[in-house]
Design a protein. Sequence first.
Length: 74
Amino acid sequence: MTFKRSPDIDNDKLNELFSESWEKYTPRSFEYLNKSLLYICCYEENDLIGFVNIISDGYLHAFLLDVTVSPKYR
């Protein structure tokens, strides 16, 4: 497995991961990631298998959003 910090990634790859991971998921745009502190993507070879968005106030607080792992790797 490889972890990448805020890699270039398109909506299709993220929506595919979220669709297989969350029941009743509706595809969306991930443009908001440009405003995040960072996000981490996890890959098995070239397959996106995990994602987490990390947001912060830039001073004291940070928290995790959208923690998502492919069901095959849970």
